[in-house]
Design a protein around this ligand. Structure first.
Ligand SMILES: C[C@H](O)[C@@H](O)CC(=O)C(=O)O
Ligand SMILES: [Mg+2]
Length: 434
């Protein structure tokens, strides 16, 4: 038996705003940050579980406080009791204390905190089993996998029986798809050349470097000033040519009609999708945009601020999105991520997870590999986001080859940060913040 003896929560911040890495029209100067959880155990082999949720700086301390408020739900518990009934555990973590639930429910800071803690439990479980997370999931039977999920609020769209049938249907090709992932990796796109705060020379230089590294798919930020958006799109198209993919991301700054007008204007640059065009909560607004942009061939993508499975269900039921960009640290941990993968498979919507943050690429590589091997069985329309910052701080960082993520092999969720990185970036006392 493994006892979780202590939940340690740390405020980790990286000063990315100094170079405007990660900048966009809504978030002009983010400091990529993690409310970081370490689950200590009674095991002599130093077994620990790690998880994080992502913020962009101020307020990270509020997430840490929320984790501390929930710590007693994990401390003293046996890992084996939790993993024997993951679905029930998830319900307890998100709804077990109705006074804390009131702060959400299942959204906002309290859900971000739950996400970090739940992902730390999954990391601990996978390390105990000696498997990377994607493999832990792939090796589960459909029944076991479905028992990890909470179907409350989604049974009008997907029942446990349907989910089991979908997973059974995909089971026969799993080995071949795993071998394919091992050989080829998972196709990806890069956002790193297109941050809004970068000057045009830097955008051009970064496009050239990315092309040299084998990238075929690029994303640029838009939503500042339309003339500047057009100039940057022209530069990027000039560098990457007409055949490669260009996505655009407005990070929520436009209204519905404004989106239509601006995207009609930007259509000459042939954007593959417009991401987060408007408020992330406006499901019908996205549906309207999708309908009115249909003839231009521009898809609608959103999800990095979509806080739970219920909202994703509605986005899908309303026909509001072409691409689902779930965020592995905003949804309530891996259990809810798996639920969204199943919903997306049912509605035949490709999942292209959000990667713009610290640790998100480390998480989502597992999510997309699992999705391909066991859930959707398809790569059509699917691209994993990649941003090239801060990977050095992880013990088991993502590995990229010619625009593809390579299959992670180390046990766990790849989210464990180096001890020195944690110490140096602890806010406000770490060396980086002196
Ligand atoms: C603030 C973040 O960097 C955000 O711009 C990321 C994002 O929208 C994306 O990766 O997509
Ligand atoms: Mg985005």
């Amino acid at each position: 038996m493994t006892i979780i003896t202590q939940v340690e929560a740390r405020d980790i911040r990286f000063p990315t705003s100094r170079q405007l890495d990660g900048s966009d029209a809504m978030n002009e100067a983010p400091d990529y940050s993690a409310a970081y959880v370490i689950l200590h155990t009674d095991q002599s082999d130093d077994l620990t579980g790690h998880g994080l949720t992502f913020t962009i700086g101020r307020g990270n301390d509020i997430c840490v406080a929320a984790i501390n408020a929930m710590a007693s739900r994990l401390e003293g518990r046996h890992l084996e009791d939790i993993t024997a009934n993951m679905g029930q555990f998830w319900r307890e973590m998100t709804s077990g204390d109705s006074q804390l639930r009131w702060l959400g429910p299942e959204k906002g800071v309290i859900h971000l905190a739950a996400s970090a803690m739940i992902n730390a439990v999954w990391d601990l479980w996978a390390k105990r089993e000696g498997k990377p997370i994607w493999k832990l999931l792939v090796d589960m039977s459909p029944e076991q996998l479905v028992s990890c999920l909470d179907f409350r609020f989604v049974t009008d769209a997907l029942t446990p029986q349907e989910a089991i049938a979908m997973l059974k249907h995909m089971a026969p090709g799993k080995e071949a798809r795993e071998a394919e992932m091992r050989a080829n990796g998972y196709p990806a796109y890069t956002t790193s050349a297109g941050w809004l705060g970068y000057d045009e020379d830097k955008v051009r230089r970064l496009c050239r470097e990315a092309l040299d590294d084998g990238w075929e798919h690029f994303k640029q930020k838009v939503g500042g000033n339309l003339e500047e958006d057009r100039r940057r799109a022209a530069i990027i198209r000039d560098e990457i040519g007409e055949q490669r993919t260009l996505m655009m991301d407005a990070n929520q700054v436009w209204d519905v009609d404004e989106t239509i007008a601006n995207m009609r204007d930007l259509a000459e640059f042939n954007p593959h999708w417009i991401e987060e065009p408007t408020s992330p909560d406006d499901i019908l607004g996205h549906a309207e945009i999708r309908n009115r942009l249909f003839d231009s061939g521009i898809g609608v993508a959103t999800g990095e601020h979509c806080h739970n499975r219920v909202m994703f269900k509605q986005f899908m039921q309303a026909g509001a999105i072409d691409y689902c960009q779930l965020d592995a640290a905003r949804l309530g941990g891996l259990n809810e991520v798996i639920m969204v993968l199943l919903l997306a498979a049912k509605f035949d919507i490709p999942v292209c997870p959000h990667g713009g943050g610290v640790g998100l690429c480390e998480y989502t590589q597992h999510v997309s590999m699992f999705d391909y091997i066991a859930v959707s069985g398809s790569l059509e329309g699917r691209l994993l986001e990649y941003v090239d910052h801060l990977h050095d701080h992880f013990i088991d960082p993502v590995r990229i080859r010619r625009g593809h993520y390579l299959l992670p092999e180390a046990p766990g969720y790849s989210i464990t940060m180096k001890a020195a990185s944690l110490d140096d970036h602890t806010y406000p006392t770490g060396r980086e913040w002196q």
